[in-house]
Design a protein around this ligand. Structure first.
Ligand SMILES: [Zn+2]
Length: 153
């Protein structure tokens, strides 16, 4: 039953980055089922990230709707677990590739930031805050394209 739930949850994506599933983002901590209820435990990426509210609603909506078709309990509860805190290390390799393809430089512990368009490392920081607080805005000095860098934390 957990496998069925995982399969459905794989369709729920980060509201800000549609190519990144919540699973690849690494926010899903645990999935449990009791008699008539599915309990999904998630760890928010950034506290106060407005996307988290949307994610919770999406999980409930998608699971209760699609789960019904495969005989899962339709009552879905999402629990938020704050500790241990989410880190960008929890983004899966698949997730990082998806980010790159989407034009966002994934978090890099080595601090190597390259342009997702042309892979040039000749880049400059334009702003510590990109389209959201979780990202910084960079520009490639070779192809001159601006791009977001998903900040490590
Ligand atoms: Zn470039």
């Amino acid at each position: 039953m957990i496998e069925k739930i995982k399969k459905i949850l794989a369709q729920v994506s980060d509201p800000e980055i549609p190519v990144l599933s919540l699973e690849d983002l690494g926010v899903i901590r645990n999935i449990a089922v009791n008699d008539d209820e599915i309990i999904v435990t998630i760890t928010p990426t950034y506290s106060g990230c407005p996307a988290m509210e949307v994610m919770q609603q999406d999980i409930i909506k998608v699971l209760s709707k699609q789960g019904r078709k495969v005989g899962l309990p339709t009552k879905v509860t999402v629990i938020t677990q704050l500790s241990p805190a989410w880190t960008t290390d929890w983004i899966s390799e698949k997730g990082k590739q998806a980010l790159l393809k989407y034009g966002i430089m994934p978090p890099s512990r080595k601090g190597t930031i390259m342009c997702p368009q042309c892979e040039s490392k000749n880049v400059e920081l334009l702003s510590q805050f990109g389209s959201t607080a979780c990202k910084a805005l960079y520009r490639c000095k070779d192809c001159l394209e601006p791009f977001d860098y998903f900040k490590c934390h």
